[in-house]
Design a protein around this ligand. Structure first.
Ligand SMILES: NC(=O)c1ccc[n+]([C@@H]2O[C@H](COP(=O)([O-])OP(=O)(O)OC[C@H]3O[C@@H](n4cnc5c(N)ncnc54)[C@H](O)[C@@H]3O)[C@@H](O)[C@H]2O)c1
Length: 314
């Protein structure tokens, strides 16, 4: 399939990630069918898309007319077979569970047209582990978006050992057309590129928090105002060059034996999860906010992200 042959896209799973992926592809001019197990979930997803699109208008990305066009291109469908009947591309964004994904890919393989490319948004699983549930190994790959997917530019495009060049390049071109920043990951590896980096940073943040070195607020503040501030514009390896590799290598020699090399999350963090303190989902995590306060956190995040997106990438 060539890029100009792609017209219809289906997104399976309308949760945190799926609705934003649907919005992005609709904004890029594609007909998008959003699928989930219940109509209420689809309605909630559409409501979020509507609000997101309004925010895009407020920040000058698109006009009101373009919003109406994009919104009009999204349909919802609970029946999976009907949802994928004409799909050129399927983006999968369901639960991070290998068995659930394997079963879904097996079904998708059976009911999708022959030409359909299946792309998973898994956060860390190897694509080969569930591509093998299909008979179209060359047309299966990972497209790993970052939350919020309609705003964060980078999408990791990860090929499995059998993904064809055609599929890999098509997904890259499709995401580029949708104004995303696709990144080619040539060889699959658990966690791909970005989650390995992210979890390495979190391991140290959790260790510092557990050891009481700084408060939760101050850990966030320090990273936001330094590493985060820089990283929005320049990558870590260019930062190395600008800082001087002699200096950074000396710091690494000193710190490597001292920083956390834990093989599992610290007890306090695990306890937080055991207690059901998942963060915004359940109201409490590192921060204890009311539902209104969480809404305000997300609104502020999206506003700042959109301004940054416009300034740096759009
Ligand atoms: N949340 C994140 O920050 C994030 C970031 C990157 C990747 N991901 C990955 O994206 C995927 C989805 O994550 P999420 O955070 O959107 O989850 P979520 O729980 O918010 O949404 C998942 C949705 O999938 C639906 N679903 C489950 N099984 C289904 C099926 N068989 N058919 C149709 N719909 C089904 C659920 O009803 C739910 O609405 C996961 O693989 C996750 O690891 C998540």
């Amino acid at each position: 399939m060539r890029l100009e042959d792609v017209h219809a896209i289906t997104v399976v799973g309308a949760g945190i990630m799926g609705h934003g992926i649907a919005q992005t592809m609709a904004m890029a001019g594609y007909d998008v069918c959003l699928n989930d197990v219940k109509q209420e979930i689809l309605d909630a997803g559409l409501k979020r898309v509507r609000a997101n699109l309004d925010l895009f208008v407020t920040h000058g990305f698109i006009t009101g007319d373009e919003t109406a066009d994009a919104f009009g291109r999204i349909t919802t469908e609970v029946d999976l077979e009907a949802a994928v009947a004409d799909a050129d591309i399927v983006f999968e964004a369901v639960k991070e569970d290998i068995e659930v994904k394997r079963a879904l890919f097996n079904t998708l393989d059976a009911i999708c047209p022959e030409r359909t490319i299946l792309a998973s948004n898994s956060s860390a699983l190897l694509i080969s582990d569930f591509a093998s549930a299909t008979s179209r190994l060359d047309r299966v790959l990972l497209a790993h978006w970052y939350n919020p997917p309609h705003i964060v530019p980078a999408v990791e495009v990860i090929r499995g050992s059998h993904t064809s060049d055609e599929t890999f390049n098509l997904m890259y071109d499709l995401l580029k057309k949708a104004k995303k920043m696709p990144v080619r990951i040539n060889k699959e590896i658990p966690g791909y590129l970005l989650n390995r980096i992210q979890i390495a940073m979190l391991r140290e943040c959790w260790a510092l928090w557990q050891a009481g070195i700084a408060s939760i607020e101050d850990i966030d503040l320090a990273v936001k105002g330094s590493l985060g501030f820089r990283l929005a514009s320049i990558g870590p390896l260019l930062t190395n060059d600008l800082g001087g590799n002699d200096t950074i290598c000396a710091v690494a020699d000193y710190l490597f034996p001292l920083i956390s090399d834990a093989h599992e999350p610290p007890d306090e963090y695990r306890q937080m999860v055991k207690d059901g303190n998942y963060g915004q989902k359940t109201g409490k995590g590192f921060y204890d906010y009311t539902p209104e306060e969480w809404e305000a956190v997300i609104a502020k995040r999206d506003t700042e992200f959109l301004e940054r997106l416009k300034a740096l990438y759009w």
